[in-house]
Design a protein around this ligand. Sequence first.
Ligand code: ASP
Length: 441
Amino acid sequence: MAKRKKLALHWQILIGMLTGVIFGLIMANFGAKEFILNWIAPIGKIFVNLLKLIAIPLIIASLIKGIGELKDISKFSKMGGRTILIYLSTTVIAITIGLLVVNMLQPGNGIPKETIAKMTETFSQNEGLTKKIDEAHKQIESRPLDFLVDMVPNNIFSAASNNSSMLQVIFFVILFGVCLLLVEPKKAEPVYNFFDGLNEVILKMVDVIMLMAPFAVFALLANVIVTSDDPALLVNLLKYAGTVLLGLALMVGVYLLVVSLYTKKPIGFFLKGISPAQLLAFSTSSSAATLPVTMERVEEHLGVEKEVTSFVCPVGATINMDGTSLYQAVAAVFICQALDFPLTLGAQLTIVLTATLASIGSAAVPGAGMVMLVIVLESIGLPAEKLAIGLALIFAVDRPLDMCRTVINVTGDATVAMIVGKSFGKLGNPQVKDWDDNYGK
Ligand code: ASP
């Protein structure tokens, strides 16, 4: 039976997003915020929960299968080293772009004192903001090697039951996968087959969950609109937001250039393949929630083989956040400009270092970038009272910027997956599978 031609997924999602924004605006106008919160927002939450639900099983199944397919431990360690090196390089490029645009455009200079006072008054006691500062201080108290200690779980089940412990799960799975290569093939075979089947089922779950995506993004965006701050406040921050957006756009340019020059794949192919993941990143503000879709798109639609996707994407979701680090660089300099805090070249170099580390340490959830911004600001010596004012100043636009920087975070992961795939000869042709491919066979 001939299949009916469907509207491409990214168009379906875009329509859902647009109608969600329009619906949110209408409801906000009629003062019907409660209606959205009670009856519409839960659809978005269910969708995000479903995606998070399959993230850990997907990482486990696909990474075990991926390491098995590499068949060679030395190849795996080579891939690991190369991936991390490229991730660090893209992050440094992103921060440099951020610093260049913010120093050129100087969005923080000339902000009227009254605006600063008004923002401080509105937000400095804001619960969300004080929580972020407290969270950051907890991170600062840790010792230099704590990040390594934190990576090694003492109980795999408790690690796997917490989405913020993805690195711990990855650590366990790599150890497991490598040891699986070392045991007798006869014994390893059934284990591979099990995870192979599991991996197929979970990728199918991504397809099935994605059937809900257009409705879910409608709900997510309607919710963002009715819960956003007073738009009048945003106007004061247009120049700052514009600077962040310009930096992010330039970063997209870097990705597209690298993809087309190095992998020789057309830009349109890359964008079409990854766009549903980008749109979800925008709607959910979470690269962790988007991860299953990123992996599915990179593997099935961009043609990067599982051995690469299964390692590069989950690691990227946790440690590679180019959009976040670019935003941190712009925000840090903007705050210093607005509060007349002089920044030396040395301080700007400190930003490069701390924003790189901060992007590794930022959780892949909404608003995490702002927590780590506290660390960046403290590293350049911004006094505590200025810090609270500075964060209050940018708090109103954090959510829309978070949505945009998450798109860049996800695009960066996909770009690096393409580069690593190409460099290991593991970038092939897309193998697109529909959700009901095997149904009725
Ligand atoms: N929301 C971002 C992410 O999940 C992190 C951040 O910049 O706040 O990638």
